[in-house]
Design a protein around this ligand. Sequence first.
Ligand SMILES: NC(=O)c1ccc[n+]([C@@H]2O[C@H](COP(=O)([O-])OP(=O)(O)OC[C@H]3O[C@@H](n4cnc5c(N)ncnc54)[C@H](OP(=O)(O)O)[C@@H]3O)[C@@H](O)[C@H]2O)c1
Length: 280
Amino acid sequence: MAGDLPMMLRLGAGRTVGRLGFGAMRITGPGIWGPPHDEAQALALLRRVVEKGVTFIDTADSYGPGVSESLIAKALYPYPADLVLATKGGLVRPGPDRWNTDCRPEHLRRACEDSLHRLRLEYIDLYQLHAVDHRVPLEDSLGALIDLKAEGKIAEIGLSNISAAELAHAQRLTSIASVQNHYNLRDRSSDQLVDHCAAAGIAFIPWYPLAAGRLAVAGSNLARITERHQATPAQVALAWLLHRSPTMLPIPGTGSIAHFDENLGALSLRLSPGEFAALR
Ligand SMILES: NC(=O)c1ccc[n+]([C@@H]2O[C@H](COP(=O)([O-])OP(=O)(O)OC[C@H]3O[C@@H](n4cnc5c(N)ncnc54)[C@H](OP(=O)(O)O)[C@@H]3O)[C@@H](O)[C@H]2O)c1
């Protein structure tokens, strides 16, 4: 696979981004609630992300709530021309570590307007439905995003935490630029969706790409490959994702500049077909 690993990815009909993004969920307080322990470090990390050439940042209104989006604007506005911001709506937060679904059209409209305000944007490059709310027909939730897109407030629509059947349903209603589901070396329950997205030219954004940090610790099947490449387990786990599909767009999350720098090293790691297979 060496040499032919695509380094760029187009999101729907819109912007082109580098293959490794940044997940901005971990720059809030514990339980993804409230401000971070050290705001200056969170702002420095966000600036470093952009300085090192990352062009895709994933956030959500519910991270904090509001905290992650506000820090992004505080650190990076006015934004570099090549930076693509993706946010999400559809979850509400009654407290730390608690996530409730609310995908009623009126909630999604208000959530999108609030994100536009916090991010200081006229439109959002990629707006993702954070989850499917089974109390609300998908036509209605997605209908709100289709309306926001027609009004120019959203450039592209993405979906998160969805099944193959829900994606097929959504694709009959509108064009979908991205799917964001749980996926990593250890959890491959979205394997079929990964392949479907690659065939359809849809970005697949794996959340928990490092299994929430567990893949950053040396494991038996990673050990030999990390040694051979003088790489870290996190770099090999991210490189495996990059090799898995040409439309894979990992968004490792961290609050640490050192971990961010380390994760970026995955971009220059080329796994041989044998190594890739050994990790299967
Ligand atoms: N759509 C959804 O429902 C959903 C759900 C969860 C997450 N997300 C998105 O996906 C992004 C990624 O997921 P995630 O942040 O939860 O999980 P992750 O990227 O799999 O792992 C993040 C965890 O790993 C640690 N870590 C990162 N790099 C490391 C390294 N090189 N060495 C050691 N530890 C390392 C981080 O701790 P340190 O801070 O100490 O580095 C953090 O605790 C989030 O930021 C968010 O944008 C979306």
